[in-house]
Structures are given as C-alpha cells and as structure tokens.
Design a protein around this ligand. Structure first.
Ligand code: NA7
Length: 537
C-alpha cells in the first residue's frame, strides 16, 4: 500500500505464526478484538517453516507438542512419537483449517520497524514491503530461535559449494548423496542433520566445539488405532500439562534427591527414564539434577557410560562423551538422538575436536583447521541462534526516549515478567526473553501465558485503558529475581544459549526462567494484584 494511504488499523498486530502467535490470534479474535498476524515465512508454523533441513524434528513427544483445543486434536493423528518437520507443517495446516486463522494472517511479510504514536496511543508498524499497519497493541511472538547465528569464521563467504545455516535451509532441499559434507555445530540441529548426512554422504566431517549430551529419543511409529484410543485420556493429559507443574503432562516431576537413594535404585531410575526416551532422562529422574553438582554428576556418568558403549574407537568416544563433564548435565539443552553415536563407527564419518584443533579459516574448497585441510562439497552451519533476544531486536523499535530496543539490551535484558519492557508502551511479548520460553513446551506456554495476555487485553478494554507500560522498577526487580533464581541452579555454569553465552559480546545473563510452574504463579500473582508493575491509563 502506498505510504500516503491511511494504514489499516487493528486492536492488535501480532508478529509470528508459530504456536504462540496463532493461539493469541485465535483467542483475541474470540474476544472480539480485531487482529492481524504477520509472518516473514511463506507458511504457518514458525520454526518449522525455516528449519527444513534433513532430519529436522521436534524434541517433545506426542501429545505434548500440540494445542489442547479438542476441535484441533480430535481429528489429528500423528504418525511418529517425535514428528518431523513435514508432519509438523501439515499439523499447522490442520490448525489453520479448524480454527480458520489464515483470513487474518499476512505471510511473506517481514516487520522491519515500529514506532509508538503517543498521541494516538498506537503502534505504526512498517514492513519491508513499505506497508504500514496501525495497532493499539503490538504483540511479539517471534520465538526464541528466529535469528540464525552465522559464525564469524574467516573466509566463510569464499566457500564455493552450497553453504547453508540449518535454519535457512533451501525449501526445495539439498541432496548429500556422494558429496563430501561438513557440519559445524553439534546442538540439536547438528545431531539431526549428522544422522541424515551419514546415510549417503561420500564423507561426513563433523566439527565439534562442545560435546552435546544427546539422549535416546526412543522414536517409534504410532499406531492409528492406539493413538485414537489414547485420546480418551487426552482431556486428563492436557489438564495435567496445563496445570502446575505443567509443561509435560506425562513426565511426573520427581521429588527424590539423587543421592538420597541407593546406587542400585538410582541406576534403575536412570535406566527406566532412558528407556522411556526423550526428555524423561533430563526432567524425570531426580529433583536436584540441575541444582546440585554431586547429584548432577551421577546423571552425567550414567549418560557417558551409556553412550560410550556404542562408540568403537576410544579416542572418538572421549571426544563425544568425555570422562569429565564439559558442563553440568542438562545445563545445555540435551538433544535427542536415534543413531548419532553409532554413525561415528562408519568409515564415511569423522569428527574434528575443535577444542584441540580449531578452525583457522574456510576457503573455496573446505575448512582449514590448525592441523589439517578438510575438503568439502557442502558446508552446513548448525551453529544455532541469537536466542531469545534475536527476534525482538531485529525490529527497529524506539522507546519513549528514542532509544532502540537493540541499544537498550546491549548491556543486558530488563523486562517485566518477560512480557513487557519499560519505555515501550503497548508492546507485549509472548515466549519472550526472561519468560520460561525454551524451558516450557511451546504449545503449553502459548496457551498458559497466552491466556494471561488475553485477560490483560480484556481488562484494559473493560476499563477503557488505552496505554500500558511496565515500570523501570518492575523490570529491575524481575531481572534481579531471575538472576537470583538462576544462581540457585547449575545453569550459570555452562556457556549455553540459555545464558546468552553462545553469541560473542552478548552480556552473560540467564534469559529463560527455569521453572514454568513458578513463573505461572508469578504472573497469576501479578494479575491478582491488579497487574502490579504495570502502569495503565
Ligand atoms: P545450538 O544448540 O545453539 O547448537 C549450536 C552448535 O553450534 C553448538 O554445538 C555450538 O558449539 C556450535 N557452534 C556455534 N558457533 C560455532 C563456531 N563459531 N564454531 C564452532 N561451533 C560453533 O543450536 P541448534 O540449532 O542445534 O539447536 C537450537 C535449539 O533450537 C534446540 O535445542 C531446540 O530447542 C530448538 P558450542 O556449544 O557453542 O561450543
């Protein structure tokens, strides 16, 4: 639309067509708000549009990673316990069909900037196509993994073959068959793509900086009859998921401490969790795994021994699963694997330990490390994200003093409840920095934090308020609370993206609230106190 025409005006503009943005659209519309949802991607699904590399799949098992809305789950059958990106994309189409969302969604549209008009109490939101939208409330549902992290490696742009970040994978695919493939990075994306590339690459070289503590996925095909029968219990499963402690309805929160039971009992708890697969081993063993170093060590040792028995070469085993923990178990996100450790026994797969043999540069033909040249046809960057803050700060937004959000957060993030930033009136975030985000299953958070936000907007409307802003003090208090809370855990001991430590120069700070139940309590208290920390007018 030409700039001189009057922009379309909405009660709310939402950015992001993942679980959070879609739920918010669905619910706000039900409450009678006019809403437009905008997403840069060509389809719904958020990360599942961008992450279409071979092997991309979710790490939450069925039925956790889906909406608890009966009209949506009733007729939807997953085929695998941990669905892959194609099936997830189909699920989002199903959600769209059932909830009739697309009529209020604008795809292929990237929001570039936003300014708050104090007079009108509205956000003016600009897109890269020079369109402007107006909205009273500007809601960011940009997720924690929307800005890919391209590593700063000398000569990376000189590489002559295809070179792609996993989250910017070509939508029409890329074959590894008969190619010499290099993968930099061994987080969840690296693990998944390595398993696929090992199948048909002529040679696969994995460049590992920090070992991942990948857990047995225990993937399996789902039988439609079995799944249909299981739905009889879905209301209860989702009730458990959506009530404290929440997150995964079928992983009961453990209460025992690891060292308060006998070694034999501990071993059997670990074995059982391992057999159940997925995050059971991370979240479902003992209460103090991410709190106490001695307890933590017992889980690391179990993991290490479990993994090492599958790796033939002792040197490779020490690189992949070192005798001493590289960081406390579980303080970097444990990926899920199917045959990750086995592929290193194949003749066509090798690993480079970057801690001892760092990358010096990338050249036209491959990667040069301190000791060797690795010739490659394809280079994969599985190097992760500018997590948590990358989404919001990609939008050029100014606070009431004219300072950009990016500038404001250069020295550290300061939000109220991970939802609002002082100086940015009527800007609200879902799944944002300093909320549980990556510690809370996406759809669960979308529904629980999402409902809270819907209530807030209804409250503002019924009180004839048109402006809401959190106070500076509330932001400082929340940051201190989160820092204190985090300091009582082992999370600060790892250089993880939870700690913002994966991006050079980013202030070290825990950006995900470790405890979705406690968080839910906090936002409920805020609401009960008439939205404490917020100034409404
Ligand atoms: P992650 O988990 O951030 O993994 C990124 C990997 O890339 C990790 O192994 C990093 O090593 C490595 N990395 C990053 N930069 C470099 C450079 N410059 N050189 C070598 N290696 C590097 O991202 P994923 O995409 O795998 O997963 C993200 C999450 O999204 C996932 O857990 C799901 O929850 C969804 P490091 O550990 O920093 O030493």
């Amino acid at each position: 639309m030409p700039q001189d025409q009057t922009p379309e005006t909405f009660d709310a503009v939402i950015v992001g067509a993942g679980f959070n943005g879609l739920y918010q659209l669905y619910r706000l519309r039900q409450e009678g708000f006019s809403v437009r949802l905008v997403d840069a991607a060509a389809r719904l699904g958020g990360v599942w549009h961008w992450n279409c590399y071979p092997g991309a799949r979710v790490d939450s098992h069925v039925p956790n990673y889906e909406f608890s809305i009966e009209a949506v789950w009733r007729d939807w059958l997953w085929t695998e316990r941990f669905p892959g990106y194609e099936e997830l994309r189909a699920y989002f189409e199903h959600v769209d069909d059932v909830l009739d969302l697309s009529r209020d969604i604008q795809l292929n549209t990237r929001v570039s900037a936003a300014r708050f008009d104090e007079q009108e109490r509205q956000w003016q939101i600009s897109t890269t196509d020079h369109e402007t939208l107006q909205a009273r409330y500007f809601i960011l549902a940009t997720g924690f993994a929307s800005k890919a992290l391209i590593p700063d490696i000398e000569g990376l742009d000189q590489f002559e073959g295809p070179c792609h970040h996993t989250a910017r994978w070509p939508q029409d695919g890329l074959s590894f068959e008969g190619k010499r493939v290099g993968v930099i990075g061994t987080g969840a994306s690296g693990v998944q793509i390595v398993q696929e590339a090992a199948k048909d690459a002529a040679h696969l070289t994995v460049f590992q900086r920090t070992p991942v503590t990948a857990l047995a996925m225990q993937q399996r095909k789902l039988d439609p009859a079995e799944l249909t029968a299981a739905k009889a219990n879905y209301p209860e499963v989702f009730r458990q998921r959506n009530e404290p402690p929440g997150s995964f309805g079928d992983i009961p929160r453990p209460t025992d401490r690891a060292l308060s039971v006998s070694a034999a009992e501990r071993q059997s708890v670990y074995e059982a969790a391992w057999e159940r697969g997925g995050f059971h081993f991370w979240n479902g063993t003992f209460a103090d795994i991410t709190l106490d170093e001695d307890a933590n060590r017992t889980s690391y040792d179990f993991w290490r021994d479990k993994v090492r028995e599958r790796i033939a070469d002792p040197v490779t085993a020490e690189i992949l699963a070192p005798t001493e923990p590289p960081y406390p178990f579980g303080t970097k996100r444990p990926s899920l694997e199917q045959n990750y450790y086995d592929v290193f026994n194949q003749d066509n797969v090798s690993i480079v330990d970057l801690l001892n043999d760092p990358i010096v540069r990338v050249g036209p033909n491959g990667v040069e490390t301190a000791t060797s040249q690795h010739d490659l046809d394809i280079l994969v960057l599985a190097t992760g994200f500018d997590a948590n803050t990358g989404g919001p700060t990609q939008i050029d937004m100014l606070d009431t003093d004219g300072i950009s959000l990016k500038e404001r957060w250069k020295s550290g993030v300061d939000t109220h409840l991970g939802i609002s930033v002082a100086g940015f009136p009527n800007l609200l975030m879902l799944y944002g920095p300093q909320s549980p985000a990556a510690f809370c299953n996406g759809p669960t958070c979308a529904e629980l934090q999402g409902e809270w936000l819907v209530n807030l907007l209804v409250h503002l409307r019924s009180n004839d308020f048109s402006r809401i802003e959190s106070s500076v003090e509330a932001g400082e208090e929340w940051t201190q609370h989160l820092n204190r809370y985090g300091a009582a855990t082992l999370f600060p001991k790892a250089d993880s993206w939870y700690m913002s430590a994966n991006v050079p120069g980013k202030p070290r700070q825990l950006l995900n609230y470790p405890g979705s139940d406690r968080y839910l309590q906090k936002i409920a208290e805020c609401e009960e106190e008439g939205y404490s920390g917020f100034i409404m007018s």
